[in-house]
Write a protein that binds this ligand. Sequence first.
Ligand code: SF4
Ligand code: SF4
Length: 359
Amino acid sequence: MNPADESRTAKALAQEIGEICSKTSGPLRFMEVCGTHTMAVHAAGLKSLFPDNLFLVSGPGCPVCVTEKRFIDEAMLIGQQHDACMATFGDLVRVPGSFGSLATFRSEGGTVRVVYSPMDAIDIAAAVSPRPVVFLGVGFETTIPTIAATLKTALARGTENLFVLPAFKTIHPPLRILAAKEDLHGFLLPGHVSAIIGSDSYEYLVRDFRKPGAVAGFEALDILLALRDLVRMAVDKSPAIINDYKRVVRSEGNPVARAVVDEVFEVSDASWRGLGLIPGSGLALKGPYARFDAAKSFPVEVPEAKDDPRCLCAAILTGAKTPDRCGLFGKECTPEDPVGPCMVSSEGTCAAYYKYGAA
Ligand code: SF4
Ligand code: SF4
């Protein structure tokens, strides 16, 4: 589509959204579950097109943001006490822990290697052997299959000095908690995660909570189309799960990727920033893969982590607050000097507000 057609279609969709929203006087609040949607919404200034009674709030879909401070602390202690080389995706390096970030750890002589694929960690392990390499296992269903495939390769090759510190999360358990909130009227469902778990897997939102969901791509038009479907279903009180990203997401997802994950991991409990401990929302290494677990191989005493009480990340990740309500936003907390993870991550809500403004 050329830019002129795109702009015309966007205006038409925005008008349609406005007309549907005008049929109800009450507020309509939807949650964008995915951090990349947050960024895309703000980058395109989509909120400026919304009618006054339509609100889009952020959810727990940025894997870096929902990872608790304790995880950073544990990683740093393992690095310090066991002379481990830390391998991680870049976003995690500047997330503040209780005694600095991994960037601090590096500036104090520790080794932190940024990887673009978990497979890179195998090469790093070969290069520094026998020194332990600890990959920081943060991510959702999108990332987890490649980490599972990496561990299968490491097991087959007999790589003995590679470990994973697991903080993996799965999206359905927190969505069930959020779907019970009466002031949320539906969900803009994540594109990449849905490509793995499939659009059919969200049926419980309709069955158990009478809430609509729309799987969306990441272009402005994708998001507006999904929002049009969401407002229509909410106003008509006819909830369903609509897949508006059929060019990537299938109803059954990707069973091959899920099978690799099932071979390496088993369901466990996990702690989420903003939501606390959610039973069955994490993944633990199982069977022959349990030996890769860095937390078990390198036990460290992790003191209780305390978040800055002024940081609203926890409320932002559950859609209860927006970054402009935080007194530190843009003052003490900026992307250059972040206080909370929502300002660090490239998918963080505070970073999106800072870069593009509230609209
Ligand atoms: S992994 Fe994909 S679906 Fe999940 S938050 Fe990131 S971009 Fe969104
Ligand atoms: S602006 Fe900074 S301190 Fe405030 S909620 Fe966001 S990350 Fe936390």
